[in-house]
Design a protein around this ligand. Structure first.
Ligand code: NOJ
Ligand code: CA
Length: 539
């Protein structure tokens, strides 16, 4: 891979994959690395530049692999280190890149480090974790998994002390005040980077260090350590990237990009729920307001934008009033709600309406940033809210209409999770094979949108101007431009058609190219059908 192409991530398409959920190559009911390797052509065909692999390491899987028990190995269900090396090779051979999860804040309680730490207070591993004789310290730190945890402290019978955890109690936090922990995490990074991966999505980075009297989030000490990790990348693995998972308000989030010397990218958390709010209200102002509140970023950084991921659709970064509104609108059944979010996939959130699914993708693709697509959302996969935790959005990829959706030859009973069979989203109708045959399918339309985006780099990195019209709040009208080109991206967030007068924005008789329909026209009005979008390039 051309590691020299240093800013490859600034105009790219990312694709988030759960190996377990993607394709089962050996018929045991569990997706695996060899299976994923077999499906790389599909991912490449969609137009993906970089795969983000959810955790693949040994784990008791209480938090679906975000509870790692061995940082230097592959979960036996998923394959071997050799399988992984082959996956990296084959990904690169297709001109794509691949990043892995770096679960840095905590380990599993089944990790040998924690077992040793509990059993022996004199072991060097004891100080790998954060201990206390009381559960009254760091009271200002919020609880994240509010549905299941009541404290960030848990009692260790073995150690006869409390240990600190920001997530499940089975995920003890590592102690980043300990230099040995810092070195261990760097060793973990080198171990995987040496296998050729192109960087990491770093998990839960705001929570690395605790200090009394603070929220224990976004602390200066945490940023200082993260900059050390960036230095490691720059010095030893140039061209590789670090992507921050920091679910924070814009000002705090911005700090993770620092002066271009911390993370290369950060997920644009505050934007995501506001796209849903704008659609629900038929009013584009939540999107415009948050974009205006979002600080400028350094030249060598980029936002990673998304609509959905493997977690609940988080409503942490909205006001209480908006949270209630979004819950009522998108999660009317109590079971759809989880922690401070919604356990549903994109297509069900849109009630299976492909037009709306495309509209939201169009908004995502016409805003600055590098978009990330969650596996299965490109075909409009459904969910199962009655599965445990967030499993409802982690079900097997639907390849075709055959048994187990073509995901596995195992007997149904052995499947790691059941395939989606609901009337509205059954795999017999919603699957890759059928969508690849239909030129107007969701898959083929998204594929086309991504290709257009690729051909028009101003969509990722160009300047953005919001053309507002108080009389027509449902019209999200973006002007994107760079030194050479201008593009108008118009989105109708309502169920009424909207005529748009372009006279103020183009010269008389200036031809425009409708990029999706590949048609040139001269005229000064376009009419946007309900929930439609149009991308116009000024010729
Ligand atoms: C964020 C991950 O996306 C989520 O799945 C996980 O539960 C927590 N971090 C804890 O690792
Ligand atoms: Ca398997």
């Amino acid at each position: 891979m051309q590691k020299e192409q240093k800013s490859w991530y600034k105009n790219a398409v990312f694709y988030e994959v759960s190996t377990r959920a993607y394709y089962d190559s050996n018929g045991d009911g569990i997706g695996d690395i060899q299976g994923l390797t077999q499906k790389l052509d599909y991912i490449q065909h969609l137009g993906v530049d970089c795969i983000w692999l959810l955790p693949i390491f040994p784990s008791p899987l209480i938090d679906d692999g975000y509870d790692i028990s061995d940082y230097y190995n592959i979960h036996p269900d998923l394959g071997t280190i050799d399988d992984f090396k082959e996956l990296v090779r084959e990904t690169h051979r297709r001109g794509m890149r691949i990043i892995a999860d770096l679960v840095i804040n905590h380990t599993s309680d089944q990790c040998a480090w924690f077992k040793e730490a509990q059993a022996n207070p004199r072991s060097p591993y004891h100080d790998y974790y954060v201990w206390s004789n009381t559960d009254q310290r760091y009271k200002d730190a919020r609880i994240i998994f509010v549905d299941s945890e009541t404290s960030n402290w848990a009692w260790s019978e073995d150690a006869q002390k409390y240990y600190w955890h920001r997530f499940y109690a089975c995920q003890p936090d590592l102690n980043f005040d300990n230099p040995a922990v810092r070195e261990e995490m760097k060793a973990v990074m080198r171990f995987w980077l040496d296998m050729g991966i192109d960087g990491f999505r770093a998990d839960a980075v705001p929570y690395l260090i605790e200090r009394e009297g603070t929220t224990c989030e976004n602390l200066p000490e945490t940023h200082a350590f993260l900059k050390e990790l960036r230095k490691l990348i720059d010095d030893e693995y140039p061209g590789c990237i670090l992507l921050a998972e920091a679910n924070q308000w814009p000002q705090d989030l911005r700090q993770y990009l620092a002066d271009g010397d911390e993370f290369h990218m950060a997920f644009q958390f505050p934007l995501m729920p506001r796209i849903y709010k704008a659609l629900a209200k038929g009013d584009c102002s939540p999107i415009i307001d948050i974009m205006k509140m979002t600080p400028q970023i350094p030249e060598n950084c980029q936002w990673c934008t998304f609509l959905r991921n493997h977690d609940e659709l988080t409503l942490e970064m909205v006001t209480e009033e908006d949270r209630q509104f979004l819950w009522n609108f998108y999660a009317p059944i109590p079971r759809m709600r989880q922690n401070l979010g919604i356990r549903r996939r994109l297509a069900p959130l849109m009630d299976g309406n492909c037009q709306k699914v495309l509209l939201l993708n169009a908004i995502l693709f016409s805003l600055p940033g590098t978009p990330i697509i969650y596996y299965g959302d490109e075909i409009g996969m459904g969910d199962n809210i009655y599965l445990e935790d967030r499993d409802g959005v982690r079900t097997p990829m639907q390849w075709d209409s055959s048994r187990n959706a073509g995901f596995s030859s195992a007997v149904e009973e052995k499947m790691y999770l059941p395939v989606i069979k609901s009337e509205q989203f059954t795999y017999s109708r919603i699957n890759v094979a059928s969508q690849q045959q239909d030129p107007h399918s969701l898959f083929n339309t998204i594929r086309k949108m991504l290709a257009i985006r690729k051909q028009n780099p101003l969509m990722a990195g160009g300047a953005v101007e919001f053309i507002e019209n108080a009389q027509v709040p449902a019209l999200l009208f973006l002007k994107r431009c760079d030194e050479k080109n201008i593009l108008f991206a118009l989105h109708n967030l309502s169920e009424q058609a909207i005529p748009v007068d372009l006279r103020a924005h183009i010269r008389d008789g200036q031809p425009l190219l409708d990029l999706m329909n590949e048609k040139t026209f001269q005229g000064c009005t376009v009419t946007l059908p309900p929930y439609a979008f149009i991308w116009l390039k000024v010729l």
